[in-house]
Structures are given as structure tokens and as C-alpha cells.
Write a protein that binds this ligand. Structure first.
Ligand code: NAD
Ligand code: UDX
Length: 465
């Protein structure tokens, strides 16, 4: 088995940064270099003030503090890091295509191809190339075709090693992974490469949790894992709508079904809808792959998970409008939370963006408070939708770092992210300062209905009548 002394990771994002920080902390004898073409992001990773790291994750800054400059390096020198490394992880973004064939569904693989070409151009000795990004099944063959045709005599082994971390718990998920998946060729050199990568993870995880498969099963399993998780959220969200009509309580239903060990209790929290950079993108990708193989029923089945999620976001926004006497025009509505879940500064596909867009179309005046998301990011999310001009977005929506002051004379509060701090607010004080009747729309089921009603709020909690 190859002795590994240097690793390179292309892509210093939400996956590359935390994953490589953990590998560096667990494998002190290996030099880990994370490279990116985005110089601003690399500068943030190298910032002496650890509050300025580009990714917020509990526990991350502590790990970076102990490894950075020792065996963990962040750099824009992509070629140098590729040249030095025995193992190269590709962890670049693979967004949904916004143009051409497969627009709106297929994964855009241009960044992956650029990485493969970069590796092909620079490599002078044998390398293991690891797909860490989430990729459509059979992408490894495209990467292999680029690498095998360099004519420089370098031998490449391509492995699929998808990442299962969830944001907000990335460090814990990496340190205590349920499983690590490594897909590769069944040839002798393929098996050796899989064992070489496995040995890295064996520094901190028991060998039984490191699963080896063929490369295609590994690529497909990642899409399927995300599709199954998202399907659970859409399933319980569909039931939340039914609960609101029938006096059933979605939390009680979740608990009742989750006690069945065959169903299990996780991922059954009803919400305003799932967000994040992965679920929607990966399901769309699965739908595209299935329909390109002519499996229309399979494609339609999975697409329904997204249709239900869109319905849940729309339903939440429409409920705010109808409850506020069918008009929100000129009414101040304060958003608690903008991130797609708590404990992250990531806003990609956050339900808050879509709820805000629907309310702004009705001329609501929104004030947003999120403890970790910047004003710049919030406006960028809205501007990206192209529904209104940037000037209109800035006129109708304000961002604050003072949530309690913001609720002065507000008609309503909408809870969009389940940040713990919202639970500890002085809600009786908040009630006093709002216009009456004072409405709270809880899209995260964060607060207790009885106490909120006792305080005088008109309180709506998703999944309860
Ligand atoms: P990200 O956008 O946060 O980071 C990707 C980085 O790659 C960016 O900083 C970008 O500048 C860089 N990059 C793009 N092309 C490059 C190139 N040619 N050379 C050097 N750098 C380049 O994305 P992410 O959230 O880290 O996701 C990366 C991959 O991991 C995606 O395929 C995603 O589906 C998958 N994934 C993400 C998560 C998650 O929770 N975010 C979890 C599991 C898997
Ligand atoms: C997901 C997968 O969990 C992870 O394994 C994969 O590597 C990347 O995609 P992530 O998107 O970071 O991780 O967070 P996750 O905890 O899965 O939550 C996704 C969305 O679903 C969030 O908006 C969350 O609030 C929502 N959700 C999750 C619910 O609404 N209810 C639940 O019960 C669970």
C-alpha cells in the first residue's frame, strides 16, 4: 500500500474546508493543502481572526487553530499542491445546470472537468484522484477518460468517496461518521488505492465503518442517501398540512410512527421546507438521470419530493398573507433566521429566501435577523432571484443585528431558522412592543403553543391547527 505524506484538496468550501481540517487533525504525519481559485476565500481561511473563517461550523475554528500552519495549509497555488500530492481530492461545487441540455436538473460538471484537466496537465507521478464532490453516476469514467489521455505516462486511480456530513454538525459528523464510502475499480491497483484511502480514515474510525464498493454504486449511493433523507422531510411535511385540517398534531404523529424501529425517529421534524445546497440539487440530478435512461416513473416518483417541498414553502407564505387579513402591503414582518438550518452561515436554497420573495411580491416590509448570516449574503440571495431590482429589494427588506429592537411596531414575526437563541428570548417583552393583534408564524415548531397563546400572541405552528 502506498505511503501517503501529502494530500491536496481542490475546493475550499463547506466540504473541502471542514473535511481536510479533520483529516489534518487526525493524521499529523500528513501534509494537507486545500487549494481554491477563489483568492478571497483562501484569505478568509488564512485570517488570523478565526471568527472570519468563510465557513461557520461549531468546533471548526478550534481545529483550524491547532492545525493551520503545521500540517494544514490553505493556498491558491493549485498546480503546486497537485504536483506534490499523492492523493488529490476534488471537492468543488457541482450546481444544477442553468443552461443548455439538462438545464434546471442535471449537475453542471464544468468545474469537475476543469479540475481533471488541471490534474492531467500538472501531474508528473502516479496519483489517486478522489471524487469528494457529489456527482452523477458514471462521472468517474469521464474523469478517467481525461486523465488517461494525457500521454505523460502517469497512472491514475479514480475513487469515489462521497461526503455525508451535514452542515451545522460537520465536525461531529466527520469525527463520528456512521460510515465512509469508498468506491473504486475491482482491479489490483484499484483495490490498493481503496485501501490507501481507507487507511487515512482508519486513523480515527473503526475499519467496519469503511465500506468499499465499485465506483458506480458509490456515486449513486450518495444521490440516493440524500433523496431518502429529503423524502422523509417531504413525507412528514405533507402530513403537517393534513394535521392542520384535522386537529391532529404533527409532532405526535412523528413520535408515534418514529417509535416503530423499522421507521425510526430521525428526520421527521416538520418544517417550512428543506433547504441547503444538496437535497434539491441531488434529487433533480437523480430525476434527470432516471429520465435520461427512459425511466419516467422513477423520475416522477422522486420529483414529487421537490414538488411537496415547494408546496410547503408556498403554503407557509400564503398562510401569513391570508391570516394577516389578506394583505401584507406596508406591514412590517420580522424574520427570525435566514440560514437554511441552525448552526451554519449557509443560505443556499433556504426556505427563508422563497418566503421573503412571496411576501415582498405582496409589498410587505421585511426586517431580517440571523445571528450568522451577513447582510451582503441576504441581499445577494434575493437579487439572484431576479424578481425585483436590487434597489427595490433594499427598499422593502432591511437587515438588522438587533432583533428585539426590530420587532417594535411589527405586525408579525416569522421563524424561519431554528436558532436556539430564539427560544430564550423574552417573549412577553416582545409581545408588548408589537402591534396588536400580534402574530407569530413558527415555521420551525420552536416555541410552545400554550405559553405563546397565554402571552396573548396569535400563534401559528406548522402542523397544528
Ligand atoms: P462550495 O461552493 O462551498 O465550495 C466549492 C469551492 O470549489 C469554491 O470555493 C470554488 O471556488 C472552488 N472551485 C471551483 N472550481 C475550482 C477549480 N477549478 N479549482 C479550484 N477551486 C475551484 O461547495 P461545497 O458545499 O463545499 O460542495 C462541494 C461538493 O460537495 C458539491 O458537489 C456538493 O454537492 C458536495 N457536498 C456538499 C455538502 C454540504 O453540506 N455542503 C455535503 C456533502 C456533499
Ligand atoms: C444533507 C445531508 O443530511 C448530508 O448527509 C449531506 O452530506 C448533505 O445534505 P445538510 O443539507 O447540510 O445535509 O443538512 P440536513 O440536516 O440534512 O438538513 C437539510 C434541510 O432539511 C434543512 O433545511 C433542515 O432544516 C431540513 N430538515 C431536516 C427538516 O426540515 N426536518 C428534518 O427532520 C430534518
Amino acid at each position: 500500500m502506498k505511503k501517503v505524506t501529502k494530500i491536496c484538496c481542490i475546493g475550499a468550501g463547506y466540504v473541502g474546508g471542514p473535511t481536510m481540517s479533520v483529516i489534518a487533525s487526525q493524521c499529523p504525519e500528513i501534509k494537507v493543502t486545500v487549494v481554491d481559485i477563489n483568492a478571497e476565500r483562501i484569505n478568509q481561511w488564512n485570517d488570523s481572526n478565526l471568527d472570519n473563517l468563510p465557513v461557520y461550523e461549531p468546533g471548526l475554528s478550534e481545529i483550524v487553530a491547532t492545525t493551520r500552519g503545521k500540517n494544514l495549509f490553505f493556498s491558491t497555488e493549485v498546480d503546486k499542491a497537485i504536483d506534490e500530492a499523492e492523493i488529490i481530492f476534488i471537492s468543488v461545487n457541482t450546481p444544477t445546470k442553468t443552461y443548455g441540455k439538462g438545464k434546471g436538473q442535471a449537475a453542471d460538471l464544468k468545474f469537475i472537468e476543469l479540475c481533471a484537466r488541471n490534474i492531467a496537465r500538472v501531474a508528473k507521478n502516479d496519483k489517486i484522484v478522489v471524487e469528494k464532490s457529489t456527482l452523477p453516476v458514471r462521472t468517474a469514467s469521464a474523469i478517467k477518460s481525461i486523465l488517461d489521455n494525457t500521454g505523460n505516462g502517469v497512472a491514475f486511480e479514480i475513487l469515489s468517496n462521497p461526503e455525508f456530513l451535514a452542515e451545522g454538525t460537520a465536525i461531529e459528523d466527520l469525527l463520528k461518521a456512521d460510515r465512509v464510502l469508498i468506491g473504486g475499480d475491482e482491479t489490483a491497483s484499484g483495490k490498493e488505492a481503496k485501501n490507501t484511502l481507507s487507511a487515512i480514515y482508519e486513523h480515527w474510525l473503526p475499519k467496519e465503518r469503511i465500506l468499499q464498493t465499485n465506483v458506480w454504486s458509490s456515486e449513486l449511493s450518495k444521490l440516493v442517501a440524500n433523496a431518502f433523507l429529503a423524502q422523509r422531510v417531504s413525507s412528514i411535511n405533507s402530513i403537517s398540512a393534513l394535521c392542520e385540517k384535522t386537529d391532529a398534531n404533527v409532532a405526535e404523529v412523528s413520535r408515534a410512527i418514529g417509535y416503530d424501529s423499522r421507521i425510526g425517529s430521525k428526520f421527521l421534524n416538520s418544517s417550512v421546507g428543506f433547504g441547503g445546497s444538496c437535497f434539491q440539487k441531488d434529487i433533480l440530478n437523480l430525476v434527470y438521470i432516471a429520465s435520461s435512461f427512459g425511466l419516467q416513473e422513477v423520475a416522477d416518483y422522486w420529483e414529487q419530493v421537490i414538488i411537496m417541498n415547494d408546496y410547503q414553502k408556498r403554503r407557509f407564505a400564503e398562510n401569513i398573507i391570508s391570516t394577516l387579513y389578506n394583505t401584507v402591503s406596508g406591514k412590517k414582518i420580522v424574520f427570525f433566521g435566514w440560514a437554511f438550518k441552525k448552526d451554519t452561515n449557509d443560505t443556499r436554497e433556504s426556505a427563508a429566501i422563497y418566503v421573503a420573495d412571496a411576501l415582498l411580491e405582496e409589498r410587505a416590509e421585511i426586517v431580517v435577523y440571523d445571528p450568522k448570516v451577513s447582510e451582503k449574503q441576504i441581499y445577494a440571495d434575493l437579487d439572484y432571484l431576479n424578481t425585483r431590482t436590487p434597489e427595490e429589494n433594499r427598499r422593502l427588506l432591511k437587515v438588522t443585528k438587533q432583533p428585539i429592537e426590530a420587532i417594535q411596531d411589527a405586525h408579525a414575526i416569522a421563524i424561519l431558522t431554528e436558532w436556539d437563541e430564539f427560544k430564550n428570548y423574552d417573549w412577553s417583552e416582545i409581545f408588548k412592543n408589537m402591534l396588536k393583534p400580534a402574530f407569530v408564524f413558527d415555521g420551525r415548531r420552536l416555541l410552545d403553543k400554550e405559553s405563546m397563546t397565554e402571552l396573548g400572541f396569535n400563534y401559528y405552528k406548522i402542523g397544528e391547527s
